[in-house]
Design a binder for this molecule. Structure first.
Ligand code: A3P
Length: 286
């Protein structure tokens, strides 16, 4: 990882917030009108951001096609985006991969003044595979050239950008149980019943849009359409080499079966059972 360092306990890279920004970060209180999409990396963040942005903009697909998503929905732990967010008019759309303790430093102590957060989770085996392919195509992550087995060890140790999967997921999951300002969405549900999930998100955002608008959003965010959409597929991003692996790679449930050996799966599931023993959160792995 280029310029790797810890920021509030989260492992970040060269372009991201560091100790010098910590004071400003702690002082930047979030607003009730802010809309947050949070996720561990490779869990369907981009997909959910496009859905959330469109719902909140009444399904204005033409507007979405005019501006890259990373500008409509800045990534708060990137230095440049953090500065931009501080002066953005409401409603501010904010993307984050930070864990709950780090992110909630920006919360007001009064729960009713908190912004709405949509937290997306995806089963960790597919996340590991997606992350591995992302590590290979991303210069800031070192353009990783090792085999999957090597990446999987790093992932299981939590030694990857943004840190440990289980810490991130369980922290946000437990928070979502106690805080009705956090909606948990599962990648697998979004994949198998997108319209239903989009309706649920619209309800959470208190947007009454009508079935035709929601259906149009659903069609716009299909994997094929997002893969072909330069406003969301990170085309032209200098740190990414889509020839090695496109950002919109496969978009499926269960691709882990093409990567994990039987032994790796057994070792992973042992870790999974241990980490998940006290939670009610479950996943579909296929
Ligand atoms: P794969 O690498 O498994 O294809 P994030 O946005 O959090 O980085 O997540 C990226 C992952 O979400 C990639 O997974 C990407 O293909 C997948 N994805 C993005 N848009 C999608 C969509 N519309 N439908 C299904 N998967 C999608």
């Amino acid at each position: 990882i280029r310029g790797e360092h810890l920021f509030k306990g989260n492992l970040l890279h060269v372009d991201m917030l560091d100790n010098e920004d910590e004071q400003d970060f702690n002082n930047m209180k979030l607003k009730k009108e802010d809309i947050i999409v949070s996720a561990y990396p490779k869990s369907g963040t981009t997909w959910t951001e496009e859905i959330v942005w469109l719902i909140n903009n009444n399904g204005d697909i033409e507007a979405a096609k005019k501006t890259p998503l990373y500008m409509r929905f800045p990534f708060i732990e990137v230095k440049q985006a953090f500065s931009a967010i501080r002066t953005m008019p409401s409603p501010r759309f904010i993307k984050t991969h930070l864990d709950y303790p780090a992110f909630s430093a920006m919360y007001d102590s009064n729960q009713t003044d908190r912004p709405k957060v949509i937290y997306v989770v995806r089963n960790p085996k597919d996340v590991a595979v997606s992350f591995y392919n992302f590590y290979k195509m991303n210069k800031n992550l070192g353009s990783f050239t090792g085999p999957f087995s090597e990446f999987l060890s790093m992932f299981m140790e939590g030694y990857v950008v943004l840190g440990d999967y289980f810490k991130n997921v369980l922290g946000w999951y437990e928070a979502s149980i106690k805080d009705d300002h956090i909606l948990l969405v599962k990648y697998e549900d979004l994949k198998t019943s997108p319209l239903e999930q989009i309706k649920q998100i619209a309800g959470f955002l208190e947007k009454d849009l009508g079935d035709d608008v929601l259906t149009a959003i659903c069609d716009h965010v299909s994997f094929a359409n997002m893969k072909a959409n330069p406003m969301v597929n990170y085309e032209g991003f200098p740190i990414m080499d889509h020839n090695i692996s496109p950002f919109m790679r496969k978009g499926e449930i269960g691709d882990w079966k093409n990567y994990f050996t039987t032994e790796e799966d057994a070792a992973f599931m042992k870790l999974y059972q241990e980490k998940m023993k006290d939670t009610s959160l479950t996943f579909a792995f296929e």
